[in-house]
Write a new protein. Structure first.
Length: 236
């Protein structure tokens, strides 16, 4: 009887141990599944992160491609841009009288009449007033370049009588000699302006013989005057 009881007890213990082992094995399997699922979740999250990163890199690459395209277009247009800048600079230099220029226009030749110094005539010689009057008449009709006895007029060129001379900038002109005024622009309009009543017969110009001729190509050399700006400044 005692032997049977011992066997039953051993059987129960073995059964219990078997149950524990089976339960432990089940727990281990479930843990493994959890780990696998966790690892799968991590992998999926990593894949999603990589996909997002790929999309961002693709967008960045697209943006860089667009920027590169714009740069290439700007680079291809650099020649035109430089040409336009040079054109604007040349226009400014021409207007300031810093370049030799040529173009259509008129030539006004003013010479004293043979009897200008006769005792029975008005012997006045021309002065700054007459020269300024003629120059302003040409500028009014939009002459683009003017010279007096080959001295180029600029925005800083003054015309002033002093003593027996007429000063054009730093060049002096003998009022008893021939004076040649050249103007580049619309030659027909300039000719009309020069021949307009009150222009070439203004003041002492009545004592001179004036001739106006047209030309398809007049050359006016650049100024020898030094242009300086000591006081004016650009407004920001």
């Amino acid at each position: 009887m005692k032997k049977l009881t011992s066997q039953i007890f051993v059987a129960i213990v073995c059964a219990f141990l078997g149950f524990l082992l089976a339960h432990q094995f089940k727990l281990l399997n479930e843990k493994d599944k959890i780990n696998v699922n966790s690892q799968n979740g991590d992998i999926i999250a990593e894949i999603e992160a990589l996909k997002k990163e790929k999309e961002e890199l693709s967008k960045t690459n697209s943006d860089l491609s667009e920027q590169l395209k714009e740069l290439e277009e700007k680079a291809s247009n650099n020649g035109a841009l430089e040409a336009e800048i040079k054109k604007q600079l040349d226009n400014a230099r021409m207007n300031l009288g810093l370049l030799d220029v040529k173009g259509p226009g008129i030539i006004i030749t003013i010479t004293p009449k043979t009897n200008i110094f006769g005792s029975n005539t008005d012997n006045r010689t021309i002065s700054e007033d007459e020269i300024v009057h003629v120059v302003n008449s040409l500028r009014y009709i939009k002459a683009e370049a003017i010279s007096v006895n080959d001295y180029r007029l600029t925005p800083q060129t003054g015309i002033k009588s002093s003593g027996n001379w007429i000063w054009i900038g730093t060049s002096k002109i003998d009022p008893t000699g021939k004076i040649v005024i050249k103007a580049i622009g619309d030659k027909q309009a300039l000719k009309v302006a020069a021949n307009f009543i009150g222009v070439l017969d203004y003041g002492a110009l009545r004592n001179y013989q004036s001739e106006v001729s047209e030309s398809d190509e007049i050359i006016i050399t650049k100024t020898t005057q030094s242009l300086k700006n000591e006081y004016i400044k650009p407004v920001n």
